[in-house]
Design a protein around this ligand. Sequence first.
Ligand SMILES: NC(=O)c1ccc[n+]([C@@H]2O[C@H](COP(=O)([O-])OP(=O)(O)OC[C@H]3O[C@@H](n4cnc5c(N)ncnc54)[C@H](O)[C@@H]3O)[C@@H](O)[C@H]2O)c1
Length: 462
Amino acid sequence: MRISIIGAGYVGLVSGVCLSEVGNRVICVDRIPERVQSILHGISPIYEPGLEDLLRRNLKNRRFTATQDLARAVKESDITLIAVPTPSRNGAIDLRYVRAATREVGHALRSKRAFHVVAVKSTVVPSTSDTIVRPLLQESSGKKAGEFGLCANPEFLKEGDAIKDFLRPDRIVIGSDEERSFRVFKKIYSRFHCPILHTNLRTAEMIKYAANSLLASLISYSNEIASIAEAVGDVDVVDVLRGVHLDARLTPFLEGAVSSLRGRLSPGIISYLKAGCGYGGSCLPKDVPALCTLAEKRGYEPGLLRSVISINQQQPLRLMKRLSHELGGLRSKKVAVWGIAFKPDTDDVRDTPAKPIVDSLVQAGAKVSVYDPFGLEAARKTLFQDTPLTYAQTQFEAAAGAHALVVVTSWPQFVNVDFRKLASLMKKRAFIVDGRRVYERWSVLAAGLRYLGVGYRESEAA
Ligand SMILES: NC(=O)c1ccc[n+]([C@@H]2O[C@H](COP(=O)([O-])OP(=O)(O)OC[C@H]3O[C@@H](n4cnc5c(N)ncnc54)[C@H](O)[C@@H]3O)[C@@H](O)[C@H]2O)c1
């Protein structure tokens, strides 16, 4: 199929190169000229493992290209995917990019005679496609629904694993209110072997929010258990959750396994049942509030999901409060922060928990030095423009002379650090603040450092 994709960001670019890899012809459109040029030169504007190789291969075989010319891209394709941002504004979804892209697509369709399917790949709250996108397309194209097709095709890829997730999806969800659009659209996925769930437009949109809300809820559940463990004392949330994971309904026995010690499945969902300094990134922090705001507008109070958000907002601040207590205040203390990206293997710093952590440290008068293998540039440009910080060149440079080191992102080079080396660089009896519960406490203590971890506090009586 010939596909145009509006927006060449994490979702648009990954979808574009992967759909061309499986035999489609793809034109990605972006309005940022440098982004388009960079893509055309085979240089990925975002860091995503494996993306650049795939991009170069498909540029070379001419199945993939990029442009700023949206009208041309739409005219030269049969299907258009809209993959523009849907940020949050005051907790509600901000549809300005979706509206603008839809209008432009509609204008381009005016002079097109062949049946063309528009699919919304951006995450949009249920009822967006039928109450906003469809009328806008009708108005700007001068065509009636039916003369063009409309689908909702939410994306479930995870940054850091995006290529694998896209090429080997667990499911593909296609929403459409009529059969023809579905029939045409599903052809782009003809080489994929996974369940294709066909629903109406609103249900497809809702599936994405339901999935993200579940993931956010599991994380906030784990963090609430961590906070209760801290309040009680001498309870380690890591062991508590390990005990929970061993429930065979979460980690089922493999067929034919003779013992429950071996032969268990370890489903990916388990990684969300883990305590830490909170979730971040481009999806969960904006999508859960957007769903809540929509629910409230429609007359339902989503109490559970509001608590999920509140726990997540408190989580990084609780950790910094504990550090402040241990250090007797943060004024003039040097604190290193390892990790700005919201998770490893990405340079995405959107809504990262590193932001409230660094801000609260700086506000309390600490001298903060940060390091991230890929996220520093984005952090400098978009997160901390006016924040007095030191950007270190290496993780050890950040930690040198620090009273405390806060680990926000579990990059492998942070997880596998040599504590003796760290101890030799940091202040005497400095704190390692384990924001992701990636360290063995005893190995930190054995190096002469002190340990502060989410979900563990020694009881005062002990
Ligand atoms: N990033 C993820 O992991 C992820 C996963 C699943 C779903 N989503 C959803 O996918 C959507 C896109 O997210 P993203 O992370 O790819 O965003 P992004 O910010 O990385 O990329 C969006 C791109 O769209 C371009 N753009 C905006 N308006 C345009 C227009 N009118 N014409 C041409 N280009 C335009 C921007 O310049 C930008 O390059 C969002 O709704 C998001 O919630 C994201």
